[in-house]
Design a binder for this molecule. Structure first.
Ligand SMILES: Nc1ncnc2c1ncn2[C@@H]1O[C@H](COP(=O)(O)OP(=O)(O)O)[C@@H](O)[C@H]1O
Ligand SMILES: [Mg+2]
Length: 262
């Protein structure tokens, strides 16, 4: 798997003129890599994810997966959004299997894959439950199982734990790391949470805001088997401080898009 984003720009027309959300973004994700994009709000993170997912078209630049240009949504990219996007009237198992049904996967194969991925996310006992019977963290695990069930080449996540309380969020971060180690899925995750990015990623793209640009690419050299004690080490703190400083640098710089500053 090789995701390549080249010279990607996106502007949105508004009544006050165009807003440049992304400006000349270059990035890539390789097979089995866990990459994070971190940036303040307004740095075009969601726009980037929607473009890669094929839900929006670029103004300039290109996106490709294994050399194939992205022209719309596709089963090669699984997407998990921040807010729960499960169908409330379907059971957990039906939610996970829904995309497969649309793809025309036969019932027996579908059930086998649903069982397999529910087990991967530790929710096999909740197959027949409705989403509302699950906690927020569990619902996000269903959303992850649903994305994985389609066997995408890459998992795209937009602040998937942003709506969770701190405790659940930390549990989910460890869960996701473990899942990544077991499945070796390529992951591109977007977050504004610097600590989350440093804890999870092998590489981080730090974005500026207004417009969104890559400010720095940072390699995170901790072993890929990580647990919570890592967050308390000084080397972890150093990487975190470096990124926070990069994000802080741009405060006070006037907005360069159509919106007047302040
Ligand atoms: N559909 C849209 N129409 C107009 N402006 C948009 C649209 N989507 C995003 N924007 C603008 O693009 C910029 C980046 O937004 P977004 O991608 O949501 O950033 P982030 O996810 O990093 O907070 C913001 O200034 C936002 O207002
Ligand atoms: Mg966003």
């Amino acid at each position: 798997m090789h995701l390549e984003v080249v010279g990607l720009s996106k502007s949105f027309p508004t009544r006050r003129g165009p807003i440049l959300a992304l400006d000349g973004v270059n990035l890539h994700v390789e097979s089995g890599e866990f990459v994070c994009v971190v940036g303040a709000s307004g740095s075009g993170k969601t726009t980037l994810l929607r473009l890669i997912a094929g839900l929006e078209q670029p103004s300039r630049g290109s996106i490709s997966v294994d050399g194939e240009p992205v022209i719309g949504p596709g089963a090669d990219r699984g997407v998990v959004f921040q807010s729960y996007t499960l169908y409330p009237w379907m059971t957990v198992a039906e939610n996970v299997g829904f995309g497969l049904k649309l793809q025309g996967v036969k019932r027996q194969e579908r059930e086998a894959r649903v069982d397999y991925f529910l087990e991967i996310v530790g929710l096999e006992r909740f197959a027949k439950a409705l989403p509302k019977q699950l906690s927020g963290g569990m619902q996000q695990r269903v959303a992850i199982a649903r994305a994985l069930a389609a066997q995408p080449k890459i998992l795209l996540m937009d602040e998937p734990f942003g709506a969770l309380d701190v405790q659940t969020k930390e549990t989910m971060q460890e869960f996701l790391l473990d899942l990544w180690q077991r499945t070796r899925t390529s992951i591109l995750m977007i977050t504004h949470d610097v600590e989350e990015a440093v804890f999870l990623a092998q590489r981080i793209y730090v974005f500026t805001s207004h417009p969104g640009r890559v400010k720095r690419e940072i390699r995170v050299d901790f072993p890929s088997r990580r647990d919570y004690s890592l967050k308390r080490t000084s080397s972890f703190q150093e990487v975190k401080d470096e990124i926070l400083a990069l994000l802080r640098e741009q405060k006070g710089i006037p907005l360069s898009d159509a919106a007047p500053a302040g």
